[in-house]
Design a protein around this ligand. Structure first.
Ligand SMILES: O=c1ccn([C@@H]2O[C@H](COP(=O)(O)O)[C@@H](O)[C@H]2O)c(=O)[nH]1
Length: 288
């Protein structure tokens, strides 16, 4: 298998060169309408291509939300394939937001879909759900190591409903979220010993200011922390130091609708992404 440099190394370089922002490609029906596009395959294709052309040469990460492509069936998946390939060719890292999770034997097929370089949906990283247990994710974790890709495990999601599962406390006193973060810390240990960022990340919402303060120590996983919730969900770049504490340097903040609502004008999309990137840079520098 042709292997890339480890995802964590590639991501750290992209964050240093371009800033840490991740922009989502979320073709909501309402956004297609606001852009003057039809809610059909041609609208989907135009929307995605516009975002890629405007931003793939500038931001560190683009995150297509698979659901918005899947709803168009096989033709939507074909657009997703082209979107991923064009974004990667233009220099962005692509994080596929698919939130897959299943028993190990099925997980191996999901892993092959997103993390095998021979797959038409090959991406730099994928989001996964650990609801079937962290160990069920092993095929994705192993394939990521082999192919130089990354895996982001849902730990503390940005939505308020997540707390009933993620804050649940196990018999040993650890919360489910802390347990997932502990697994990721162990997964990234090899890179930590070499002073590099690991390739195994966690999803931790930027919206969690109140509930996270007590758990900041758990965030030291030596891997990237994807932080959705900025913009449409109400969090701001200025919240990041408060939410993430010392881990703020490993945060990859995601903004989707907050940027996309400025389209379809490419210059306006770029200006919005740049504003968010500047705000993030300022917040992180202020935390030093
Ligand atoms: O905890 C999570 C995990 C994933 N997401 C995804 O991120 C984007 C957020 O979009 P906005 O328009 O910036 O709200 C979207 O694709 C979600 O599915 C999340 O929001 N929270």
């Amino acid at each position: 298998m042709t292997s890339l440099q480890p995802f964590g190394t590639r991501l750290r370089r992209a964050m240093d060169e371009r800033g840490p922002l991740c922009v989502g490609i979320d073709p909501h029906a309402a956004l297609l309408e606001a852009w003057g596009l039809d809610d059909d395959i041609a609208g989907l294709e135009r929307f995605s291509r516009t975002v890629v052309e405007a931003l793939a040469g500038r931001v560190a990460v683009l995150k297509p939300q698979s659901a918005f492509f899947e709803r168009f069936g096989s033709r939507g998946i074909a657009v997703l394939e082209r979107t991923v390939a064009e974004a990667r060719a233009a220099g962005a890292l692509v994080l596929m937001d698919a939130k897959r999770g299943d028993i190990g034997s099925t997980m191996a097929a999901y892993a092959a879909t997103y993390l095998d370089p021979a797959s038409p949906l090959f991406s730099d990283a994928v989001t996964v759900s650990p609801y079937l247990g962290y160990g069920s994710l092993r095929p994705a974790l192993d394939l990521a190591r082999e192919s130089g890709t990354g895996v982001f495990v849902l730990a503390l999601t940005s939505n308020p409903e997540g707390a009933e599962v993620q804050h649940a406390v196990r018999a040993d006193g650890a919360s489910v979220a802390a347990t997932m973060l502990g697994h990721l810390r162990a997964e990234n240990e090899g890179e930590a010993s070499m002073g590099l960022m690991g390739s195994y990340g966690a999803v931790v919402g930027a919206t969690l200011s109140d509930s996270l303060a007590a758990a900041q120590a758990d965030l030291a996983i030596n891997g990237p922390l994807l932080a959705p919730g900025i913009g449409a969900q109400g969090a701001t770049a200025a919240d990041l130091p408060k939410v993430f504490g010392a881990a703020v340097r490993d945060v990859v903040p995601n903004v989707s609708r907050g940027v996309l609502r400025h389209g379809p004008d490419a210059a306006a999309l770029r200006a919005s992404a740049e504003r968010f990137a500047d705000e993030v840079r300022e917040a992180v520098a202020g935390a030093a």
